[in-house]
Design a protein around this ligand. Structure first.
Ligand code: SF4
Length: 684
């Protein structure tokens, strides 16, 4: 079923084992003072997992070109050993690796290295607070030289290729757009002169590194900015790059400041296929075209290739979620699918934090997660182990209990089982997944169900025992007492609100509302405005579209003809505080709220509640009470830890840990997965 995507291909003279390129991601560990050990381990794990050609996160060609504080600098001698180590490690693991040559232009931050950003013209961006200054003619030439030296260095350090970062609104892309290139010299003034800089960089790079050294060009299929180049200019650039010797065109979509989401979960997978398809038709076989963005499974890639949209695909975040993406897909084994949440990857990279992955907390920690020692660590090995014991009479030193099969419990059970423990995973409900069971119902979040399936399948393969519909009670005491350790991951319960009328028949908790989403009334008011309330509003207001979700998305963002949409319910979110969805990540919140507003959802903040009535929610106002009418009122006002078993565990005098929502009442999947996995590793 994956015949095309897993078929070999030659790219710029490189023999690739399949058509999946691992796309560039900034990891935030590029400058770590460890001689490149962590960076090399990260990439080597992906190569060992079947990645063919890997493109590194961008290496800045100059200080002013860095996109943040944790960049490597290809042209600085101090960084050479680190970069060489990465290339060596990938080769040793059987992979190929291209260094991405990067210049942020006006997307740089003065705070990073104390220099004002530079750009074709002094046009500020919404992405960086620091307005750029225009490059002089001599500086343009010097920048071309920086790229050329970078390519020669990359070759010398052992890289198999380079990729020029010319999409997503970075410097090369800034030159090709009249929005940011307002020059009137050899580098701007009309479309042909706006193409001059990327073509000069490509020529200089090939000259410096050798015409036999493959140079991939990451180009923008569409900037998704007002005033951006039209399709004719994009295709003219593609054709010119192909004829100038680019080894491949890797097609990105959208600028970081675009108001169209491009990589968030709200973007249906495959949405961007028409853009590489157009480029592929225009270059007519002169150069391979690579499709990217919102492709998170090889099955999707296969369909895309079968439809002729591209010659190869580039997947980036899916390699964070599963380093063995290719090997597992090839062997038809379950894959840990990237859910497009951005929470542990892009959101972190925007704040200069090291990147990891929500569904795979091991990502970015490859060095720390070398296989566990055969000897159990014993009690007290972890500072959060609350009680001693563990070696008493009747204890099975390999047997561990995990209570609760939500994200934290699944991660804990997985870590324990991977380390060779015999795990019994107790789940009170009829299905594993915890809060992910609700999330997967939300439009755009169906892949959250794949996370549950992956962990469940892995646990079964590792011999863990999953006991569903099994609330832990007094009858389990003896069995628990015989374990070597316990993880309590029993999750949360909805926080009740103290409002008159909350017991009325028209009032539901949020789990009840998710379960009965099809049967709620026409007008729904949600008491609460956090992440779960936003998800619920999405589910209720989504309606149905004529055509698939991709067509709907393109239409809603003005990228294609309108499609008929049956409106969903009238939904109002009410929040006492000032900000709806305050805990949602930076790259996702704006896109979600924009979608809600488009669907007519009312987002009200700073409200004061009076009571719930059969007619809706009564708010207290300065001018008297105001009724927000509703057929159904849903309470989504936070959670409390479901940790009733804590005292029982303390009494058993076993090593134990409390993780996820049971620890703090929060619904934070990044922390839940990471803490679950850490607890599992620490206990065994
Ligand atoms: Fe994908 Fe979320 Fe992991 Fe990022 S953190 S790689 S978006 S699952």
């Amino acid at each position: 079923a994956l015949a095309r995507v897993l078929s070999p291909v030659t790219l710029g003279g490189l023999a690739l084992p399949h058509r999946v390129v691992m796309g560039s991601m900034h990891l935030g560990i590029e400058d770590r003072d460890d001689g490149g050990a962590a960076l090399a381990a990260f990439y080597a794990a992906r190569a060992a997992g079947g990645a063919g050609l890997i493109v590194t996160g961008g290496s800045a060609v100059s200080r002013v070109g860095a996109g943040g504080v944790h960049y490597s600098f290809v042209n600085e001698a101090a960084d050479a050993p680190r970069l060489a180590r990465v290339a060596d490690a990938v080769h040793a693991a059987g992979g190929l690796i291209a260094l991405q040559l990067f210049h942020a232009g006006r997307y740089a931050f003065a705070a990073s290295f104390g220099v004002q950003p530079v750009a074709p013209s002094p046009v500020p961006s919404r992405f960086s607070p620091d307005p750029p200054r225009a490059l002089s003619g001599a500086e343009v030439t010097a920048t071309i030289d920086d790229f050329a030296r970078g390519a020669a260095t990359a070759r010398r350090l052992g890289f198999d290729a380079v990729e020029l970062m010319g999409s997503e609104g970075y410097l090369l892309n800034q030159f090709t757009s009249a929005v940011t290139n307002r020059r009137d010299d050899g580098w701007g003034g009309d479309a042909a002169r706006r193409r001059a800089f990327p073509l000069a960089v490509l020529a200089a790079v090939r000259d410096a590194a050798g015409a036999d050294f493959p140079v991939l060009y990451r180009m923008s299929g569409a900037d998704l900015m007002d005033g951006a180049p039209g399709s004719d200019e994009v295709l003219a650039l593609a054709t010119a790059l192909a004829h100038a010797g680019a080894a491949a065109l890797n097609v990105g979509i959208g600028w970081h400041e675009s108001r169209v989401p491009t990589v968030q979960a709200v973007v249906p997978p495959g949405t961007w296929a028409p853009y590489p398809a157009r480029i592929r038709a225009a270059v007519a076989g002169a150069v391979p075209v690579i499709a990217s963005n919102r492709i998170n499974r090889l099955e999707q890639a296969e369909r895309l290739l079968a439809a002729g949209a591209a010659d190869l695909v580039s997947l980036a975040r899916p390699f964070l979620a599963d380093p063995e993406l290719v090997a597992r897909s090839r062997a038809a084994r379950p894959v840990n699918v990237c859910i497009g949440c951005n929470q542990a990857c892009i959101d972190r990279s925007l704040t200069d934090e090291a990147v990891s992955c929500l569904v795979n907390p091991a990502a970015g920690h490859e060095l720390e997660l070398l296989p566990a020692t055969a000897e159990p660590a014993g009690p007290g090995a972890a500072d959060a182990v609350l009680a001693g014991g563990g070696q008493g009479r009747g204890r099975d030193r390999r047997r561990y209990a995990v209570i609760g099969a939500g994200p934290a419990g699944l991660a804990a059970a997985h870590a324990l089982a991977t380390a060779g423990a015999h795990v019994v995973l107790y789940e009170a409900g009829e299905e594993p997944g915890g809060q992910f069971r609700l999330a997967r119902l939300v439009p755009g979040k169906a892949d959250y169900g794949a996370t549950i399936e992956y962990y469940t399948a892995e646990l079964a393969a590792l011999g863990a025992e999953l006991r569903l519909a099994h609330p832990v009670g007094p009858g389990d005491r003896d069995e628990l007492a015989g374990c070597a350790g316990i993880v309590l991951a029993s999750g949360v319960v909805p926080r009740p609100v103290d409002l008159p009328g909350v017991d009325g028949p028209n009032v539901l908790t949020y789990p009840q509302a998710f379960a009965a989403a099809d049967r709620l009334g026409e007008r729904v008011v949600v008491v609460g405005g956090g992440g779960i309330a936003v998800d619920l509003a999405h589910l209720l207001s989504h309606g149905h579209a004529d055509g698939d979700e991709r067509a709907r998305f393109r239409a809603e963002h003005g990228l294609a003809e309108p499609v008929g949409i049956t409106s969903g319910r009238h939904v109002t979110l009410l929040r006492r505080g000032p900000r709806i969805g305050a805990g949602i990540g930076r790259t996702t919140r704006w896109a979600l709220l924009a979608a809600l507003r488009r669907r007519g959802v009312l987002l009200r903040t700073g409200v004061r509640y009076d009571r719930i009535t059969p007619a809706g929610v009564l708010l207290a106002g300065d001018d008297g009470p105001e009724l927000v009418p509703a057929d159904t009122v849903v309470v989504a006002a936070g959670q409390l830890p479901a940790d009733a078993l804590r005292p029982v565990l303390a009494e058993l005098a076993l090593p134990y840990r409390v993780v996820g929502g049971a620890a703090d009442g929060a619904v934070d999947a990044v922390t839940a997965f990471a803490a679950g996995a850490a607890a599992g590793r620490a206990l065994h």
